[in-house]
Ligand binder design. Structure first.
Ligand SMILES: Cc1cc2nc3c(=O)[nH]c(=O)nc-3n(C[C@H](O)[C@H](O)[C@H](O)COP(=O)(O)OP(=O)(O)OC[C@H]3O[C@@H](n4cnc5c(N)ncnc54)[C@H](O)[C@@H]3O)c2cc1C
Length: 403
């Protein structure tokens, strides 16, 4: 168990310093300003920052060296996250570095590794995740999108839903049904699909936070080279579960927790009630202390999972990843709820115009209000995406009972 906090580990000081000074010099001022005001970033702004991290090999720092990573230790990975949070940097987009990449280097062909890994490491290529369908979320193996072999290609027909950032993505990794006989899981395959292929249509879904992250993706007679199949046909469920474990660890974004806990400290210091700042109010002091303790616990769980990933050759355990995802996403929601409680009446007004650069209206409440409300509303979904909390509890219960 990872008891000592990384902040106390002096052997890692030079590493921390390198990340910190990189963020100070390389994180564009406008991106930092937008992040701090809670404003939306354009794809180009993300891309610019992620490419800077990619040039250092830091997007994929924890990948094993043999696949082009730095083989970071759990402590290094946590320091990297802490420093990104401290700098107010945008989150790492996980679909390539956290999800597709490890599947490709673990189960993909040499040709697939050569084609895709460099683009993921440098953020030259954006990915999205085509798992969920109407009728196949928690019961993912129920998916119906079909891929039928036709010579050297598969012909794909069907629909995906809740596809985050599909409107920005160059490629999608997709679970498709290649066989409808027998056990549902056995007829699933894992395909990589170029989003520019004719027959793909992306339609937006506007979320509860009134932003456009989510999409539906429709496939009509989409011709995909059979060489884009990962591993063996019909074995996609194995790769899908491997990816889900990595995804669930990736769902726990320590940098964001640090950032929004910091926002909470600032808000309580600047919000007065009864003539004194809320930061001096015993109940808020206690609440922040509890969140800090919970964050230390989540970091410890995270370090355990990162260590297990190295030991188990690339994937955390399903049960450990489920426990981390459950605790981490609950914490994320608690941090945001505490921010909203401090905003109090200002949180009743949701100024979505303030989320866009160039808005010069008058903010109601503290400057960061709209951004905090956006994050609060959007992260209601944190206990749903990547597999809902109920599903994580089922995984933990089955693991604990040996079922
Ligand atoms: C913001 C957001 C982003 C997302 N991004 C992506 C993405 O990029 N790519 C992608 O493929 N998918 C994505 N998803 C989809 C996500 O993975 C699913 O929404 C999730 O798995 C739940 O599936 P569902 O929505 O079909 O709900 P359902 O499966 O219909 O579940 C409804 C409710 O029933 C409960 N339930 C279902 N089965 C059980 C059970 N066996 N035991 C106990 N309770 C159960 C669930 O916990 C939930 O509360 C995203 C979702 C959201 C909200």
């Amino acid at each position: 168990m990872f008891i000592r906090t990384v902040a106390e580990d002096t052997s890692l000081d030079a590493f921390r310093e390198e990340i910190r000074s990189f963020c100070e010099t390389e994180l564009p001022a406008e991106v930092r300003r937008k992040q701090s005001a809670g404003q939306h970033l354009e794809r180009e702004e993300y891309d610019d920052w992620l490419k800077r991290l990619g040039a250092k090999g830091w997007l994929t720092g924890k990948w094993p060296a043999e696949h082009g990573g730095h083989g970071w230790s759990p402590e290094q990975h946590l320091i990297f996250s802490e420093e990104l949070g401290r700098a107010g940097a945008p989150p790492i987009v996980p679909f390539g570095a956290v999800m597709a990449g490890p599947v490709i280097y673990t189960f993909g062909s040499e040709a697939q590794k050569q084609q895709h890994l460099p683009g993921i490491m440098k953020n030259d290529v954006w990915w999205c995740q085509g798992y969920s369908e109407p009728g196949a979320g928690s019961d993912l193996a129920n998916l119906k999108t079909k891929a039928v072999r036709d010579g050297d290609d598969y012909i794909v027909n069907g629909q995906k839903i809740w596809t985050s950032q599909a409107h920005w993505a160059d490629w999608i990794f997709c679970l498709v049904r290649t066989n409808s006989d027998g056990k549902k899981q056995q007829g699933i395959s894992f395909l990589l699909i170029d989003m520019k292929t004719p027959g793909i249509e992306v339609r937006p879904i506007i979320s509860i936070a009134l932003g456009h992250h989510l999409n539906e993706v429709f496939f009509t007679d989409v011709r995909v080279p059979a060489s884009n199949l990962i591993g063996e046909e019909g074995n996609g469920w194995t790769y899908a579960k491997f990816l889900l474990a990595n995804e669930r660890v990736g769902n726990v974004d320590i940098a964001k927790f640090e950032h929004y806990l910091d926002e909470l400290r600032k808000l309580t210091a600047n919000t007065h009630e009864g003539g004194r700042p809320l930061s001096e109010d015993p109940s808020f002091k206690r609440r922040i202390a509890e969140l800090e303790v919970n964050l230390a616990t989540v970091k410890a769980l995270m370090a355990d999972q990162l260590a297990a990933t190295r030991e188990h050759g690339g994937a955390p355990t399903m049960m450990g990843a489920a426990a981390l995802k459950l605790r981490g996403t609950e914490l994320q929601q608690s941090i945001m709820q505490a921010n909203v409680d401090v905003l109090a009446r200002y949180g009743l007004v949701y100024q979505t115009d303030a989320l866009h650069a160039g808005w010069n209206g008058e903010a109601i409440g503290p400057e960061a209000t709209a951004g905090l409300m956006y994050e609060h509303l959007y992260r209601r979904a944190a206990t749903i995406y990547g597999g809902s909390s109920e599903i994580q509890k089922n995984i933990i219960a089955k693991g604990a009972l040996g079922l």
